[in-house]
Design a protein around this ligand. Structure first.
Ligand code: FAD
Ligand code: NAD
Length: 478
């Protein structure tokens, strides 16, 4: 595979966009020798997103949760081409993807076309801002490695600036006010990690900030973690209260400036109040929005006209209105939540589907060949033999073709909430059970360690956990 042969003209070209949960789980299980496989993504690594919130405080170092895509591809039976580029446009009619090298170093050619016979769109989603002014300029997101690094730097910068000589008390308060907008699992996990960082390290290293350091979680709905059960929502809110994290529910952010957010909250009497909340760090975690390349593709396909949240797919994950385009993960709408769990199962399903399709093609070719042989057979005995072979193959073909549609199997929802506690809604065997607490936290840790991860990453994460336990988290600003 190392010598990168030219594409085999007898095979179809399968282009996969993305190196996230959906695309990588497809690549892992795909028999690459059946297709000319091309992968395009601006990121040459897979990112284990569930542990990304831990990177914002240095509990885990970011490289421990990155896995080079070349590492996956190296072990495939047939060579797979990887281009580090962004798909800027998909021309569905012409069957071409336009790609652009967005990295710092560009060669003479930095944009080109990749033709496809089959296309899998697994580009994920971008951060939703709902067009709220100032969010992009002043807020930090939490989706990619760079985001986590920026947050880590900003936390330390705020702390150091707050302790600057002669700083005004109001300004100190503002700088140490860490505001998280969005009470979904991303916002909750980050708030929990940040409070942990303060409790176990920052307080010790910079005692001056103890009085004024404050984490606030702002959520528009009446409660946080809407996808969890009532009992776990209560448990999370109680834990946050003990931890002194302020939760501001029924508070909708409407505007963001460099030093404060403007939020509309609903009081107990139903009256709406507009208030200014000063902040030093603003982390914006209000969920997903469509990527432009996906929006553009949807506009080319009449059957996608009414779809709003992403590419509508059928039960085989085929993009509705097409025959040769599939979608997985956060950019696809298949009535499941946009989670890693769903994306990974969808990717694995497509790998099985494509492997089966290749087998079907192969058997059909053999059948055509045998039919010819049957006609040319010199005597009855030979004809009978070919007839038996055909029957066997037809039986195999029926078996291969019997692949059922995609069915999602929900293993449960898990979220870390800080102070070594986690919440879990798990559906095992019969019935659901919801748990929260320290035991759940250990379960959370071991579950993540055992999940879809290379041994190398598992060891790195384990060592990071031990390291931050023994030495504390590193508070140097990068
Ligand atoms: P992604 O994993 O986002 O991958 C998209 C890929 O497409 C990336 O490689 C990207 O670089 C690439 N790409 C982007 N644009 C283009 C383009 N134009 N052309 C080509 N490639 C492109 N889910 C859970 O189930 N459990 C959790 O604990 C959990 N924790 C999370 C924590 C955080 C902080 C976040 C942000 C998400 C978490 N999720 C979790 C959700 C989960 O990460 C997503 O649902 C999942 O990543 C979706 O997989 P995907 O393959 O669709 O997209
Ligand atoms: P989300 O969509 O789950 O939550 C966003 C929250 O922001 C919502 O509760 C919404 O009401 C709130 N919001 C929106 N606009 C607001 C505004 N202007 N002011 C105040 N609040 C506002 O987003 P997420 O947490 O980023 O999660 C995205 C996806 O990733 C989800 O499917 C989630 O399940 C998944 N995820 C899972 C885990 C986990 O399982 N541990 C962790 C992170 C993310």
């Amino acid at each position: 595979p190392e010598d990168q042969p030219e594409p085999d003209p007898s095979k179809k070209t399968l282009v996969i966009l993305g190196t996230g949960w959906g695309a990588v789980s497809l690549l892992k299980k795909l028999d690459t020798e059946n297709y000319n496989v091309v992968v395009v993504s601006p990121r040459n690594y897979f990112l284990f997103t569930p542990l990304l919130p831990s990177c914002t405080t240095g509990t885990i170092e970011h490289r421990s949760i990155m896995e080079p895509i070349r590492n996956f591809l190296r072990h495939k039976k047939a060579a797979v081409k990887f281009y580090e580029a962004e798909a800027t446009k998909i021309d569905y009619e012409k069957r071409i993807v336009y790609i652009n090298d967005e990295s710092e170093i560009k060669g003479d050619i930095s944009s080109t076309e990749v033709p496809f016979d089959m296309l899998v769109v697994g580009v994920g989603a971008e951060n939703a801002t709902f067009g709220i002014p100032g969010v992009r300029e002043h807020g930090l997101f939490l989706k990619e490695v760079g985001d986590a690094q920026r947050i880590r730097t900003r936390i330390m910068d705020c702390c150091e600036t707050a302790t600057f000589k002669d700083q005004d008390p109001e300004e100190i308060k503002r700088l140490l006010h860490m505001v998280v907008v969005g009470g979904g699992p991303t916002g909750v996990e980050f708030a929990g990690e940040l409070q942990d960082f303060f409790n176990s390290d920052l307080k010790k290293w910079i005692p001056d900030i103890t009085e004024n350091f404050q984490v606030t979680l702002v959520e528009a709905l009446p409660n946080v973690l809407p996808m969890f059960s009532k009992q776990l929502i209560d448990y999370t809110e109680k834990t946050f209260k003990e931890e002194t994290i302020t939760i501001r529910t029924k508070t909708m952010v409407k505007n963001v400036t460099d030093k404060y957010i403007e939020a509309e909250s609903t009081g107990p009497d139903g009256k709406k109040i507009l208030e200014r909340i000063p902040y030093g760090l603003l982390v914006w975690a209000t969920g997903n929005a469509l990527r432009p390349v996906v929006k553009d593709l949807m506009m080319q396909i009449p059957a996608q006209k009414d779809s709003r949240r992403g590419l509508a797919v059928n039960e085989y994950l085929v993009v509705k209105g097409t025959e040769n385009v599939w979608a997985v993960g956060d950019c696809a709408v298949a009535n499941y939540a946009p989670t890693a769990q769903v994306a990974a199962q969808e990717g694995a399903f497509l790998a099985r589907l494509f492997n089966q399709m290749a087998k079907t093609n192969e058997i059909e070719k053999q059948l055509a060949h045998l039919s010819e042989a049957q006609e040319k057979a010199p005597n009855k005995e030979a004809r009978d033999q070919v007839f038996t072979d055909i029957k066997d193959l037809q039986k195999r073909l029926r078996r291969v073709k019997r692949m059922g549609p995609f069915e999602y199997s929900h293993q449960g929802s898990l979220a870390y909430i800080g102070s070594e506690k986690a919440v879990a809604d798990i559906s095992w065997l019969s019935g659901n059970f919801a748990t929260g607490g320290t035991l759940t936290y250990f379960f959370w840790r071991s579950a993540y360690l055992s999940m879809c991860f290379s041994t190398r990453n598992r060891i790195l994460v384990g060592l990071d956990w031990i390291k931050s336990k023994i030495f504390g988290r590193d508070v140097s600003r990068e």
